[in-house]
Design a protein around this ligand. Structure first.
Ligand code: IDP
Ligand code: MG
Length: 140
């Protein structure tokens, strides 16, 4: 299996509850390496661009408002099969449907405030990583 990099966000509901370390422990225990990480407060323009694919969805406005409601931690995660592996580690979008032990089952407050973002494809991972990180900030 090929080594991949995926993009992760620890969302404002998790940073607000001081869960950055707890989420990172789940990530690391699953064998994903955190090869870049920084805490930022997204601007409205950044959040709108990042979630642009969802612009037509009914929850888009609320999602952008939520994502700029507090700081987030943006990360690059590296592992064999990192994209699919991190989707598994996060669990289903709706925490009610997430498997036990996943980040969303453990920590999410709701389908919106669901504690984590993870890229859905290798192609989107590269786009999302380059949106927030310079190559020199990623140390594998
Ligand atoms: P994903 O994060 O599991 O990939 P997406 O469908 O890409 O899920 O949705 C992006 C984000 O939008 C979700 O993580 C969640 O925060 C929010 N979201 C998705 N569906 C809903 C919904 O039905 N109501 C409110 N927020 C939603
Ligand atoms: Mg998605």
């Amino acid at each position: 299996m090929a080594t991949e990099r995926t993009f992760s966000i620890i969302k404002p509901d998790a940073t607000r509850r001081n869960l950055t370390g707890a989420v990172n422990a789940v990530i690391e225990q699953a064998g994903l390496r955190i090869v870049a990480q920084k805490r930022i407060h997204m601007t409205q323009a950044q959040a709108e661009a990042f979630y642009g694919v969802h612009a037509a969805r009914p929850f888009f406005r609320d999602l952008v408002t939520f994502m700029i409601s507090g700081p987030v931690v943006v990360q690059v995660l590296e592992a064999d099969n990192a994209v699919a592996r991190y989707r598994d580690v996060m669990g289903a979008t709706n925490p009610a449907n997430a498997e036990p032990g996943t980040i969303r089952k453990l920590f999410a407050e709701s389908i919106e405030a669901n504690s984590a973002h993870g890229s859905d494809s290798l192609e989107n991972a590269a786009i999302e990583i380059s949106y927030f990180f310079a190559g020199t900030e990623i140390v594998g």
